[in-house]
Design a protein around this ligand. Structure first.
Ligand SMILES: [Mn+2]
Length: 216
């Protein structure tokens, strides 16, 4: 499996519907919508949809499309960041003509006509940028909005570049992405908002913490 196989498949379809996992996080939204933005910019004649349940805290990244069942007829379905089929948000993913899986989790469910899985990738957002880099000479176009989405996914899935999955390649891609025009501070502000109840719980735990721990 190479990124060329995926691009070839995309070129064969007029309608492409992109899914991701339930209870979405910024990598799910970032990879799904980053890919959608790249495909919209690269192929203005194709119709690209993003679907799945909405998550209000991620509205700053994207909003989903509301599509009819018949839209799936003759459509290519791409699923991002989802290891197993039960976790795919919107089970209509089965109604497309062909299915592509793009993921970075260990393979527990080998679904899809084409599967591109990179367990060493920090995030699927990183993989989507790799897809762009490898295929930019074959027609793929990057946009500021796609850069914002992919960067957000990378930042979230690497725990702000702390987790061991953060590689040299992750930093190279992040470096490329910040050269596009988007407001990093605004993203961080949205991504790291704390729910008041969670903040209170953390405060409570810190107040009762003792060293060494109190055994009662
Ligand atoms: Mn992920």
């Amino acid at each position: 499996m190479t990124t060329s196989n995926i691009l070839e498949k995309i070129k064969q379809y007029n309608t492409i519907i992109i899914h991701r996992h339930v209870r979405p996080d910024p990598d799910a939204y970032g990879s799904q919508n980053g890919l959608a933005e790249i495909l919209k910019a690269s192929f203005p004649d194709k119709t690209i949809y993003v679907v799945g349940e909405e998550e209000a805290s991620l509205d700053f990244l994207a909003t989903m499309d509301d599509i009819d069942d018949h839209t799936y007829k003759n459509a290519l379905v791409i699923v991002c960041d989802t290891a197993n089929q039960e976790r795919i948000s919107d089970q209509r993913y089965l109604q497309g003509k062909e299915l592509i899986k793009i993921d970075h989790h260990p393979v527990v469910d080998a679904y899809g006509d084409i599967q591109w899985v990179e367990e060493n990738a920090s995030s699927v957002s990183e993989m989507i940028y790799q897809f762009y880099l490898e295929q930019k000479n074959n027609g793929l176009q990057m946009t500021d909005r796609a850069a914002l989405l992919l960067y957000s996914g990378i930042v979230a899935d690497t725990g702000r570049f702390l987790y061991p999955s953060t590689s040299e390649r992750t930093f190279q891609y992040a470096s490329d992405l910040v050269a596009y025009d988007f407001d990093r501070s605004a993203i961080y502000e949205e991504m790291y908002k704390t729910n008041l109840n969670i903040a209170r719980l953390k405060g409570y735990i810190l107040q009762i913490l003792r060293f060494p721990p109190l055994l009662v």
